[in-house]
Design a protein around this ligand. Structure first.
Ligand code: ATP
Length: 331
């Protein structure tokens, strides 16, 4: 059962050259307690998708969907005030740069105590103050920080990047959200620090039932515990399915090319020769018609000027007229 269910979500922006679909009939389903990784190159529409889920929507954008449901809420049917209540209660987001969350002029402890929801506190003034402190310490334990006193007394610039990211996660989860959107939370981190953050996210999802949408540009940055993966290119869903299955037997030429790029970036030669994409990502003003990968796809033919419907093979959804398993020329 999906806790987040997005079907055919389209976001259309006005540009100098007329309207452009920055998300083009995009689909995504996220189950409770699951990590779902969304992979796409810069400008593919990942942040816009996050904004559409969170309701940070510019009134000039034209948004349509067959379904944009969060739990039992039809998000597009809610007014702004209702939407803010649902988002504020159920959702949170963390970013690549934890300083987005942290005030450089204030000690970490004070900032953490501020994030504790008032409704969670008991008693009157002095008791509430102590309660805030206890809950802030508990939050730090929850994100795997043991030395709570020293961290609470530090200023953000005194923290390592891993520690700062853990604090930003602690602040984001203070109100116990059911959905955490993590936008490139480990980019540019040392491998060790990256693994620590991965372990923490895995603990929050599997152990504590939080659903996590991980956003990344890079297939090498997929959390090992991620159950599902979706690949987006120029606002269109290319492929989606169980992470291991998609990584081992991709059905879409885009997934194959991204895998090939990630193997090269890890200095591992692929077992067989995998194609990479020629050309560059098109600009908003020059979006190809049909499958937007077409002009760069090594397997494209004339049918690709029509956007392929989403098809399914053994739990893998793909949007391609010539999926890899069907065409002997792909071998
Ligand atoms: N407010 C806006 N007005 C006009 N165009 C926008 C706006 N926000 C995003 N875009 C355009 O929409 C496309 C998708 O942007 P988005 O920020 O969602 O990409 P992204 O996949 O998150 O990229 P990155 O990984 O670099 O953050 C881009 O071409 C971007 O220039």
């Amino acid at each position: 059962m999906s806790i987040l269910d997005i079907r055919n979500l389209t976001i259309e922006l006005e540009t100098e050259n007329g309207p452009v679909r920055v998300l083009d009939r995009f689909n995504l389903q996220l189950a409770e307690g699951e990590i779902h990784t969304l992979v796409g190159e810069s400008g593919s529409g990942k942040s816009l998708l996050a904004k559409a889920i969170l309701g940070f929507i510019n009134p000039r954008w034209k948004i349509t969907a067959d379904r944009l449901w969060w739990r039992h809420y039809d998000l597009l049917a809610l007014n702004n005030a209702q939407r803010r209540i649902v988002t504020g209660r159920d959702m949170a987001m963390i970013f690549q740069d934890p300083s987005t969350y942290l005030d450089p002029n204030d000690k970490v402890g004070a900032q953490l105590r501020e994030t504790i929801p008032v409704g969670d506190l008991t008693g009157i003034y002095l008791k509430r103050r102590a309660d805030r402190q206890t809950r802030a310490e508990r939050l730090l334990h929850r994100v795997g920080i043991k030395d709570t006193k020293e961290v609470m007394e530090s200023y953000p610039h005194e923290l390592s990047e891993g520690l700062a990211q853990k604090i930003s996660i602690a602040m984001a989860i203070a109100h116990n959200p059911k959905l955490l959107i993590a936008d490139e939370p480990t980019t540019a981190m040392e491998p060790n620090t990256r693994s620590q953050i991965y372990r923490l996210l895995a603990k929050l999802s599997g152990g504590q039932g939080m659903s996590i949408l991980m956003i990344t540009q890079d297939l090498t940055a997929v959390v090992p515990e991620s159950q599902h993966i979706s690949l987006i290119y120029c606002g269109q869903l290319m492929e989606s399915g169980p992470t291991e299955q998609v990584m081992q037997s991709p059905l879409h030429p885009y997934t194959e090319a991204m895998l090939s790029m990630s193997l090269f970036s890890q200095n591992k030669a692929p077992q067989t020769r995998l194609p990479t994409l020629s050309g560059a990502i098109p600009t908003l003003q020059h979006m190809p018609i049909g499958c937007r990968l077409g002009p760069r796809c090594p397997y494209a033919r004339s049918a690709c000027v029509v956007k392929p419907e989403l098809a399914r093979k053994q739990q893998q959804d793909y949007s391609c007229h010539y999926p890899l398993w069907e065409d002997p020329e792909h071998d």
